[in-house]
Each structure stands twice: as structure tokens, then as C-alpha cells.
Ligand binder design. Structure first.
Ligand code: FAD
Length: 377
């Protein structure tokens, strides 16, 4: 098989974390002198909306289409709407993200090539070089980043899917408060199930409404549709709406000991590096911050291995175990969490930026002791 001459950087996978890495590498003057290959096996699925919360101006602000400063949480017994200062909750459409990277950003740089091929394995060939073995060709580089998830991840002991289906709808009447996004509304939840409604209102008569469930088994299509119809009719008293777009997806949520480096010393990025929070499914902002750090590490030639602290891994394990063992109880624990802890503090906790004292205050108010005991059994 043919082998090409060595390049400076190979990025395996051309998805979200790879684009964020390129974006951050490009912020340094030396970037234009580097020869970079991105190896991606398929065309991107662009029907995604990435949401995340951030402080201040975002490096990808030009791609943000909507932002909210208030978040609503709802359940059968309790509903709250709160300002989320110092955060802003923002969304980027997948089609805008990939359009920007593939048609504007990458074409500016002749030093980046996108190769359509499938990575089969990565081998260390000497102390300085690695070989990326693909279906059609092999490639050599001194630095390999990889966003390809290891097969073992799917065999993790606590494994759940966050799965969702949603509609982008337009209504005749003005029924949405466009200033407030709904992060979770359990008011529509099925018996003994952890499912909720998520709403991004784009205007007073346009919104993305999604039903999301955390479970080990995926749902039949008809269940999502029933849940969506029921919610729209009963909560907004609305029967007349036009569905413009359908969004569907599933995110694996597992307790897995992610490492910073792969088996052949490649630097892992994105989901492969554990940047998607196991208990929430959010990963975009964590991947952006990680890409900033990796770019700096690359140019300073010091790779600092960084992964979630043991404490946060334990909290993720606990939350996943509660949802898996007792979804009904998990709904009640989430309601208590939002009742007793201000939403900005929950957002800070989910980004793993709280300190031990703040975490003790959050958990003290929740009935989680029986689940902690079960983890240590
Ligand atoms: C439907 C959906 C919605 C999400 N929404 C949000 C959200 O709102 N907010 C948030 O913070 N996070 C969200 N996430 C989580 C996370 O941000 C995304 O999964 C994100 O795309 C992860 O980036 P990644 O680079 O790790 O993976 P991907 O974007 O999936 O990129 C990996 C790439 O590698 C390619 N690849 C895989 N194997 C090979 C191979 N052998 N050879 C070559 N190429 C290969 C794939 O084709 C893919 O393009 C969402 C995830 C999903 C699935």
C-alpha cells in the first residue's frame, strides 16, 4: 500500500472536535507553515443544533444564531424561571457550523487537506512518528489527534442513551416566550421513565421542541411523536402548527475511564477524550476549551494530560446509576435539585467548575445516600 511523506499533524475524524481544534490551532502565526491532514470517513450529518452556556463573548460568536439569558425548569410539582448571569445559553446550527468550516475556514488554508478515508488503526513506528492506517492509504506524522471512540466504550458497565426527537414548529398564535429556554420539563413524563421536554424558542411563534429520554433501550418513533403532540396540545393549547424540520439523535452516556492518549500515543479529542459529560450529554464548550489548551500545548511542545477529576467522575457515575436503577426517583431528585439550587450554580457544577464545598451544599439537599451506598457495595 502507498505511504505518503510525513505531515506535521494528522487529525482522525472530521467532526465537531476536529473543527474546533483546527480553529484554535489557526490562532497562532506558525499555523500556516504546518501541513495538516484531516481524515474523515463520511459526509457530515448537519441536522444538529449544538447548545451550550458560556460567559462573555464566545470565540465562535459569529456562528451563534440564538441566545437566552433565562432558563426554565418544570416538573409536576415545581416550576422555576431564572436569570442565568454570568452565563448565556446559546445555540449553533450544525449546518452553519459545517458550512463555515468546510466552505469558508478550511479553503483559506492550502496547508489543510481533507481526505475521505476510513482510519483502521494507528501504529507507533518510532519515538517520533506514527502511522495512520486507512482503507485506501497510510499516512505518517509526528503528531496524531484522534476523535475516534474506542470500541470498549460501548461495553461500559453503566450505559445509557440520551435519545431525542424534536420538531422545529411555527404556530399561528404567539405562544412562546422567546426570552426563556426550557432546559427540562418533566410535566409530560411517562410513568417510571426519565424523559423531559426541551424547548428553544426562536421567536414568539417559532420553536424547537424536543422530547428527550435517558434509558438503556431506544424508543419506538411513535412514542416520541405522541409525547410531542401531547405536550404541545396540553401546555400551549395549540393544535395548529407547521412542522418545518425534524431533529433526532442519540448520545451515548457511559461511565468509562477515558484516557488523554490512545493506545498508540495519539492525542484523543472530543467524545473520544471523554469531553461529553457522562451525566448530561453536553460537550461543545468543554471541547472548545480543550481545543484551546491543546493548541497551546502543541506550539509550546508540552502535552499536559488533562481529564475530569475523580470527584466529578464519581458524581457522573452516581447520577447515571440513579437514572438507570430508578428513573422515577431520578425525576424527583432532579426536581429537588432545581428547587434547592440556583440554576447558575447547577450550570457551574455541570461544567465541573464548582469546589468541594459548593458540591457538598448541592448534594446535602438531595436524597442520594441510598444510591451512594449501592455504588460502594
Ligand atoms: C445529535 C447530537 C446532538 C448533540 N447536541 C449537543 C448539544 O446541544 N450541546 C453539546 O454540548 N453537545 C451536544 N452533543 C454532544 C457532542 O457535542 C457531539 O457529539 C459532538 O459532535 C462530538 O464531537 P466529536 O468530534 O467527538 O464527534 P463527531 O462530531 O461525531 O466527530 C467524529 C468524526 O469522526 C468520524 N469517524 C469516526 N470513525 C472514523 C474512522 N474510523 N475513520 C475516519 N473518520 C471516522 C465520524 O464520521 C465523525 O465525523 C450532541 C451529540 C449528538 C449526537
Amino acid at each position: 500500500m502507498l505511504e505518503k511523506e510525513s505531515v506535521d499533524i494528522i487529525i482522525c475524524g472530521g467532526g465537531c472536535s476536529s473543527m474546533l481544534l483546527l480553529f484554535n490551532l489557526q490562532r497562532y502565526p506558525k499555523f500556516k507553515t504546518l501541513k495538516i491532514l484531516v481524515i474523515e470517513k463520511e459526509l457530515q450529518n448537519q441536522q444538529k443544533t449544538w447548545c451550550f452556556w458560556h460567559k462573555d463573548h464566545h470565540p465562535l460568536q459569529h456562528l451563534i444564531t440564538s441566545s437566552w439569558h433565562q432558563i426554565r425548569f418544570g416538573s409536576d410539582h415545581f416550576t422555576t424561571t431564572q436569570e442565568i448571569t454570568p452565563y448565556t445559553y446559546s445555540s449553533i446550527k450544525g449546518e452553519d457550523f459545517y458550512h463555515y468550516f468546510l466552505n469558508q475556514f478550511i479553503p483559506q488554508f492550502p496547508n489543510i487537506s481533507i481526505i475521505r478515508d476510513e482510519v483502521l488503526s494507528i501504529e507507533k513506528t518510532s519515538t517520533h512518528l506514527s502511522k495512520v492506517i486507512c482503507k485506501d492509504q497510510n499516512y505518517i506524522s509526528s503528531t496524531v489527534f484522534s476523535s475516534i471512540i474506542e470500541k470498549e466504550f460501548h461495553d461500559s458497565p453503566i450505559f445509557l442513551w440520551q435519545h431525542f426527537k424534536g420538531w422545529h414548529i411555527k404556530t399561528e398564535d404567539k405562544i412562546f416566550d422567546e426570552n426563556v429556554m426550557t432546559i427540562m420539563d418533566f410535566g409530560n413524563c411517562l410513568p417510571n421513565s426519565f424523559d423531559f421536554i426541551y424547548i428553544l424558542p426562536y421567536s414568539s411563534n417559532e420553536a424547537l421542541i424536543e422530547v428527550t429520554a435517558f434509558s438503556s433501550e431506544l424508543w419506538d418513533d411513535s412514542v416520541y411523536l405522541k409525547q410531542l403532540q401531547k405536550y404541545i396540545t396540553s401546555n400551549f393549547n395549540c393544535d395548529k402548527y407547521q412542522i418545518d424540520l425534524m431533529e433526532q439523535g442519540k448520545i451515548p452516556m457511559a461511565y468509562y475511564n477515558h484516557t488523554a492518549l490512545g493506545k498508540s500515543g495519539e492525542i484523543l479529542i472530543g467524545s473520544a477524550a471523554g469531553k461529553i459529560k457522562a451525566s448530561s450529554g453536553y460537550g461543545f464548550e468543554k471541547m472548545q476549551i480543550d481545543a484551546e489548551r491543546l493548541a497551546n500545548d502543541y506550539y509550546t511542545n508540552k502535552f499536559i494530560k488533562k481529564s475530569s477529576s475523580k470527584r466529578f467522575k464519581f458524581y457522573d457515575k452516581l447520577l447515571l446509576k440513579i437514572i438507570l436503577d430508578n428513573p422515577g426517583e431520578a425525576v424527583s431528585i432532579f426536581s429537588k435539585l432545581f428547587k434547592k439550587t440556583p440554576i447558575p450554580k447547577i450550570l457551574k457544577f455541570l461544567y465541573e467548575e464548582t469546589n468541594l464545598y459548593e458540591e457538598a451544599v448541592i448534594f446535602k439537599k438531595l436524597p442520594v445516600i441510598p444510591f451512594i451506598k449501592r455504588i460502594f457495595k
